[in-house]
Design a protein around this ligand. Structure first.
Ligand code: NAD
Length: 236
């Protein structure tokens, strides 16, 4: 994704991506009754040193107390506001297959105030079925429903060959944020933000990491043969 577009209020994208993980660690600390959390502790949750955490949080003007750490409740509240977790967000999901169904039934989104209010598919066997009390609607109704209900977020879980047409319908419906799980790059207007989740490419990166570890453990020099390299992303 475009690095510039991924910046929020001047926060670089990698720092932004670590913030929800800090938030999750803080929630855990609060539930355990721990009032202060050190930058080293937060750093362990993202595999980064405490210095990186301090730098990330300085973008929010959050500065922990030396030797004490960050006030867990205060920082969690600040992150909630910054990440927009205090606002209810409504989404639609298109493509109720293996992944779409799992996402539609995932209860964890509620913690982030995200509600998937409508499901769409183009398969006649699926339209009319019920998933978690929501009836699957024909995809032809997507743009109109999104527009009528002022939906902000569209989730794409269709095969890559269908992703662009689904994105186009979302844009027509006024959706401004697309969470795309299809392994391809979408073309959208400049005011639409696309977040791509390429799970297969992530897996390839993990595979690469394991391969490299094996090379280091066995003391071998290794060779550049492309094994484990992420798949090329292609246009939808
Ligand atoms: P799937 O075949 O089980 O489901 C796809 C669904 O999309 C089906 O219900 C199909 O009817 C629907 N669909 C197809 N074209 C459509 C269109 N034009 N409009 C509306 N609905 C349409 O596939 P899946 O395994 O759930 O994967 C979905 C996407 O997510 C794929 O792009 C895949 O590469 C990606 N993905 C899946 C997984 C996974 O674990 N299943 C992991 C990573 C990425």
């Amino acid at each position: 994704m475009n690095q510039k577009r991924d910046r929020q209020f001047g926060v670089p994208s990698p720092a932004l991506q670590r913030m929800p993980v800090y938030y999750r660690r803080l929630r855990q600390a609060i539930e355990e009754g721990v009032p202060f959390v050190s930058s080293d502790d937060l750093g362990r949750s993202v595999g980064m040193p405490g210095a990186q955490v301090r730098k990330d949080l300085s973008y929010l003007s959050e500065h922990g107390r030396p030797g004490v750490g960050y006030d867990a409740r205060s920082l969690a509240a600040h992150l909630e506001e910054f990440l927009g977790l205090v606002n209810d967000k409504e989404a639609v999901l298109v493509g109720v297959g293996n992944l779409g169904r799992a996402l539609a039934l995932y209860p964890g989104f509620a913690h982030y105030r995200l509600q998937i209010i409508a499901l769409f598919d183009n398969h006649s066997d699926k339209v009319g079925q019920t998933v978690g009390e929501r009836q699957i609607l024909p995809v032809e109704k997507l743009a109109n429903l999104a527009q009528r209900l002022h939906i902000q977020i569209g989730i794409i879980t269709v095969p890559d060959g269908a992703a662009q047409e689904v994105a186009d319908a979302m844009v027509t419906g006024g959706i401004k944020v697309i969470w795309n799980f299809a392994p391809c790059r979408l073309t959208v207007p400049g005011d639409v933000l696309v977040k791509n989740e390429d799970l297969a490419a992530e897996l390839a990166a993990l595979s690469h990491h394991i391969t490299q570890r094996k090379v280091i453990v066995s003391g071998g020099a290794g060779r550049e043969d492309g094994a484990g390299r992420g798949r090329e992303e292609h246009l939808c």
